[in-house]
Design a protein around this ligand. Structure first.
Ligand code: WTA
Length: 656
């Protein structure tokens, strides 16, 4: 880590905003001025300007009961109306909302008028299935237009969606359905991934099967199924409904009712430091305000001319905010791609950029690094000249990847915005404004207008420019999480207790301020790993491992990885009886597969090291820092606090 920091500190390349770009940019320096005069009034103005309110609000922020915030409390709006109907009513119904590309090369263009129609029909179907305000609907779909329609239809009727990433296993899906008490699951037979159909419905069936004895009351009444993969699926006549049987037949008349600004919009599960994923709760008015504002000003959206492409899956927060809500509220045209970046060939993304004339691309450092690895010859085969802005999200972007992105993808002229935020923050918090900020490769740089952050020490004292510490958010913001579903105590404990005295939100990230006060993110400071921009908890993977009958003990660390940022490295102690009967390689392979089944393929360890002991302190705490040294091939650090100081040499010897 320290060599990485030194490296960053020596980064002195600077890129001033391009004059022509700046002249036409949506976000201007005036925004900072306005926000600094009166932060709360500034957000009130944005909310009024960017959204349609059925009932205008009179109070912007109520922060009298921290950390529970109310934004635009007495206002009422309909989120789906803001993303759909109002554009049609303004005469933009023929504008394309979604340029959808299937992995196989099939395509669909969906206009705002068509998407509005589809969402109205679906809203009628959902109501017919007994879904109403406050009910939870789980969405487990591939990246197809129906996924966006599903989210918006749920929002339209004031219900709450919980999108579960299609890569999660039946177990992952089950725990999320149960925690939220979902009444309906919307899924597909399957979707295309890496050239073949990857089934989804069977996982839903498994998640809902055999609840007897589990002690959990089955909450799901219906499963609505889109036909996409064409794969054979089992059918439960009482529970399952085909989308194509009910949606096209439903009426396309549906009036969007107003809901309170604080009506819950969605729950999205994310990994924390414990084994149990937490359901991050977001509400309507504040979330949509900041989603729309950031997409407009950071991504510089000109809805009449831009073709926006955010490559994230809707199973992650980036897909919620910058595929579904931000771009549609702004009335933008965007690309939606179903498949993987390298199917059927490694230039697939660049082919899509060329084909649709993508102007703004928003993706993750891990993707950029894997493209770097396969070389510039591949993007060079395609015409990328339509690109005028590039964005990065999800993990720190190293200066080399930043420069490659700019030079190879952006033809050395395209500005890059490195955007820091989290599932919990709901929308971008720290980023350059592309027409205003002089950018620095590797730094997320400055809080957005209306956002206040700082870097502090363990006691909450500001470290000041030139120093490192913990990143905090010092003032409430519109798209902040409103809690953890069903667990208000955990919400306070996780985010607010650490700096309770100052009233700061603790983000869980280390950061440094440079001499100009710009923020450089340094990664998580807790037991959360970041693998390819996906958050994984060490504890969650450890509990999956010890759930295997061969495993006696397990410790998991995030080891740095050239491509994925971090990779999962597991150290396991195998029970004697299994060690005798199986080869270490066979055991390691089967444990990797096991974790994949229990949590999902993204959690599969890169390395499984079979060891005899784990390094523990006298009080029995596993010293993961030492294991990380081993996994990263470094000399092992200070071992003096170990109960048995010899243990690390044994482990190192075994691992080599
Ligand atoms: C990390 C993704 C550095 C960070 C939107 C954060 C970043 C976690 C950046 C949230 C960035 C996200 N630079 N680190 N630009 N963006 N992170 O909830 O550690 O999936 O806490 O939200 O990703 O991950 P999440």
């Amino acid at each position: 880590m320290s060599s990485q920091i030194d490296h960053l500190l020596n980064e002195d390349r600077r890129f001033a905003p391009d004059g022509a770009f700046a002249a036409d940019a949506v976000g201007t320096a005036e925004l900072y001025e306005k926000a600094s005069q009166d932060r709360v009034a500034f957000w009130g103005e944005q909310a009024r300007e960017l959204l349609h309110w059925h009932t205008p609000f009179t109070e912007v922020l109520d922060w009298t009961n921290p950390p529970f915030a109310t934004w635009f409390g007495d206002g009422e709006l309909n989120v789906a109306y803001n993303c759909l109907d109002r554009h049609v009513e303004a005469g933009n119904g023929d504008r394309v909302a979604l340029l959808w590309e299937g992995e196989q090369g099939d395509e669909r263009r969906v206009t705002y008028a068509e998407l509005t129609d589809e969402v109205k029909r679906l809203a009628n179907v959902l109501e017919g299935l007994g879904i109403g305000q406050g009910d939870r609907v789980a969405i487990y779909l591939p990246m197809i237009p129906e996924a966006i329609a599903a989210m918006l239809a749920v929002a339209r009727i004031g219900a709450i969606h919980s999108v579960v990433f299609g890569g999660f296993s039946a177990d992952g899906l089950r725990s999320r359905i149960d925690d939220a008490g979902a009444k309906l699951v919307i899924t597909a037979d399957g979707g295309y991934r890496k050239g073949k159909v990857s089934p989804l419905k069977p996982a839903v069936d498994m998640a809902l099967a055999d609840r007897n004895g589990s002690g959990v009351q089955e909450s799901v009444e219906h499963v609505l199924v889109v036909r996409r993969g064409g794969n054979e699926v089992e059918w439960n006549d009482e529970r399952d409904v085909w989308w194509h049987d009910v949606v096209p037949a439903a009426s396309a008349n549906h009036t969007a009712q107003p809901f309170p600004s604080e009506n819950p919009l969605f729950i999205l599960y994310t990994s924390g430091t414990t084994g149990k994923p937490k359901g991050i709760l977001h509400t309507s008015g504040g979330y949509l305000t900041q989603a729309t504002f950031t997409n407009r000003n950071v991504h510089d959206i000109h809805p009449e001319t831009d073709i926006f492409w955010c490559t994230a899956d809707i199973g992650w927060i980036t897909g919620h905010t910058y595929v579904t809500y931000g771009p549609l509220a702004n009335g933008a045209t965007q690309v939606l791609y179903e498949g993987t970046p390298d199917t059927p060939h490694p230039g697939r993304w660049w082919e899509i950029v060329e084909k649709y004339g993508v102007t703004i691309l928003y993706t993750a450092p891990t993707a950029i690094r894997s493209f770097m690895k396969i070389g510039r010859a591949i993007p060079a085969k395609f015409d990328l000249s339509s690109l005028r802005l590039l964005g990065s999200v999800g993990e720190p972007i190293n200066p080399e990847a930043w420069m490659w992105y700019r030079e190879i993808i952006g033809a050395t002229t395209t500005p890059i915005v490195d955007t820091w935020w989290q599932t919990e923050t709901g929308a971008i918090m720290i980023s350059a404004l592309p027409g205003v900020t002089e950018t620095k490769p590797g730094s997320a740089q400055v809080p957005l207008p209306g956002i206040s952050v700082d870097v502090v020490d363990e006691n909450g004292a500001p470290v000041g420019d030139g120093n490192g510490g913990l990143l905090v958010i010092t003032e409430p913001w519109p798209s902040m999480l409103r809690g953890i579903w069903g667990d208000p105590e955990r919400y306070k404990e996780t985010y607010w207790d650490k700096f309770a005295e100052q009233g700061y939100y603790f983000a869980g990230d280390g950061a440094r301020l440079d001499e100009d006060g710009d923020v450089w993110l340094l990664g998580r400071v807790d037991d959360v790993m970041n693998v390819s921009g996906h958050r994984l908890s060490t504890t969650e993977i450890e509990s999956a491992l010890v759930g295997n009958e061969a495993v006696a003990e397990a410790a998991v660390v995030g080891a740095s990885d050239e491509t994925t940022g971090q990779a999962v490295a597991a150290f396991v102690i195998i029970k004697q009886s299994y060690l005798a009967a199986h080869s270490p390689d066979g055991l390691a392979q089967s444990l990797r597969a096991w974790v994949g089944e229990q949590i999902g393929p993204i959690a599969r360890p890169r390395d499984v090291y079979i060891v005899e002991e784990l390094p523990k302190t006298r009080s029995g705490k596993i010293m993961r820092r030492l294991l990380r040294d081993v996994a990263e091939g470094r000399e092992v650090g200070d071992t003096t606090t170990l109960a048995d100081t010899a243990v690390m040499s044994v482990i190192s010897a075994q691992v080599r």
